[in-house]
Design a protein around this ligand. Structure first.
Ligand code: OFO
Length: 167
């Protein structure tokens, strides 16, 4: 049985995952508009994954005696400076979500809710994985650069990544 405190913290996390899903959707759409199909495919997939993370929370809360609530989602920006800017913002978004998950984990320990603590370990691992993927993309951007054919090559490399990433 979830305590009110943990239930409400998990519902806040639902809003975080929903925001991440819409944020990536907005980034994907921008990339598609610019003809960056590899980055668009990757980000659409990432958006789906964030939605799946949100639904996993819905299931857990409702299975544990709580009530999962559909969140109010803050508006995502529609425009971005560049694809590099997008991946920098995406990494920042992941780092913020890692902080949010860590705060939740700490709360579970404080409240002695070991079941939710255990449930959240999946998210801890997932955040590690996602931060790594976005850092990896930014490293590629640093190495290849976006001049000349660089942007095309980076888009191709990101397209390849979207075939590998599961979450
Ligand atoms: Fe939900 O995994 Fe990233 O944010």
């Amino acid at each position: 049985m979830l305590s009110i405190k943990i239930e409400s913290a998990l519902n806040k996390q639902i809003a975080q995952e929903a925001f991440a899903s819409y944020y990536y959707l907005s980034m994907a759409s921008w990339c598609q508009n610019k003809g960056l199909d590899g980055a668009a495919t990757f980000l659409y997939k990432q958006s789906e994954e964030e939605r799946a993370h949100m639904l996993k929370l819905f299931a857990y809360i409702n299975e544990t005696g709580g009530h999962a609530l559909a969140p109010e989602v803050k508006k995502s920006p529609d425009n971005f400076k560049s694809v590099v800017d997008i991946f920098k913002l995406a990494l920042k978004q992941e780092q913020q979500n890692t902080k949010s998950i860590n705060t939740l984990v700490e709360l579970c320990l404080k409240e002695k809710d070991y079941s939710t603590f255990n449930f959240l370990q999946w998210y801890v691992a997932e955040q590690h994985e996602e931060e790594m993927v976005f850092k990896n993309i930014l490293d590629k951007v640093d190495i290849i650069g976006i001049e000349g054919k660089g942007l095309y090559l980076i888009d191709k490399a990101i397209a390849k990544l979207s075939l590998q990433v599961e979450g």
